[in-house]
Design a protein around this ligand. Structure first.
Ligand code: ZN
Length: 183
C-alpha cells in the first residue's frame, strides 16, 4: 500500500494517536515504510500520523542511524534552546522557536524492549516535535501569535500558487524555504 506524507489541513494531523499494544510483522513493515518515506522526503524524523496512521510511533535519524520509538513519553525536560524548526507536513516553512534543550524520553523499541533516551539540542527538539504529532499538535500551535499570522499567510501564499494542491509537498519543496523568525 502506498503511503504519502499528509500536509497541513489534513484532519489526521490533528488527531490523537493510539497506544500500540503489540509489535507484529505488520508494525515492522510500517516502520520500514516510514523510514523509506522519511529518507526520500528527505527528513530527519517522521511520525505515524504524518502518513495517516494514528499510532504512537515515530522514526528518526539525525545521522547516527535509523531509530524507531513506540509509545514515547517525556520523563524530564530542562533548559531552553532556540532552533529553526521545520516539518515535512508544513513544507516550505522554518520557524524559529524556543523549547526545552534537554529531554529524557522513555519508550519501546522495535524489539519490544523498554528504552530511555537522553537527548540534547537537535535530537531533543526532534523528539518534542514528533511527540507533538502523536498528540495532534502542529508547529502552528507552538508559535507566537505574530509568528502564526505570518506563517499561515506565507503557507497560504505557497499553496495558492499551485494548481493541484494534492502534490503540494513536492512542488513547495522546490522553492526557497521561508524562515519565520522570533521577534
Ligand atoms: Zn512535523
Amino acid at each position: 500500500m502506498g503511503y504519502e506524507i499528509r500536509t497541513y489541513g489534513d484532519p489526521v494531523l490533528k488527531s490523537q494517536s493510539l497506544v500500540i499494544e503489540n509489535i507484529d510483522d505488520k508494525l515492522v513493515r510500517l516502520t520500514d515504510a516510514m523510514l523509506d518515506i522519511m529518507y526520500d522526503a528527505p527528513g530527519i524524523g517522521l511520525a505515524a500520523p504524518q502518513i495517516g496512521v494514528q499510532k504512537q510511533l515515530f522514526v528518526y535519524d539525525i545521522g547516527d542511524g535509523a531509530e524507531v520509538l513506540i509509545n514515547p513519553v517525556v520523563v524530564e525536560s530542562s533548559g531552553e534552546w532556540v532552533y529553526e524548526e521545520g516539518c515535512l507536513s508544513i513544507p516550505g516553512l522554518y520557524v524559529e522557536m524556543v523549547r526545552p534543550k534537554e529531554i529524557l524520553l522513555k519508550g519501546i523499541n522495535i524489539n519490544g524492549e523498554e528504552v530511555s533516551v537522553e537527548a540534547d539540542e537537535l535530537l531533543a527538539r526532534l523528539f518534542q516535535h514528533e511527540l507533538d504529532h502523536l498528540n495532534g499538535v502542529l508547529m502552528f500551535e507552538r508559535m507566537t501569535p505574530d509568528q502564526r499570522t505570518e506563517a499561515l499567510a506565507e503557507y497560504r501564499r505557497l499553496t495558492e500558487a499551485l494548481d493541484d494542491p494534492s502534490g503540494a509537498r513536492e512542488k513547495i519543496k522546490s522553492q526557497e524555504p521561508k524562515v519565520i523568525k522570533l521577534k
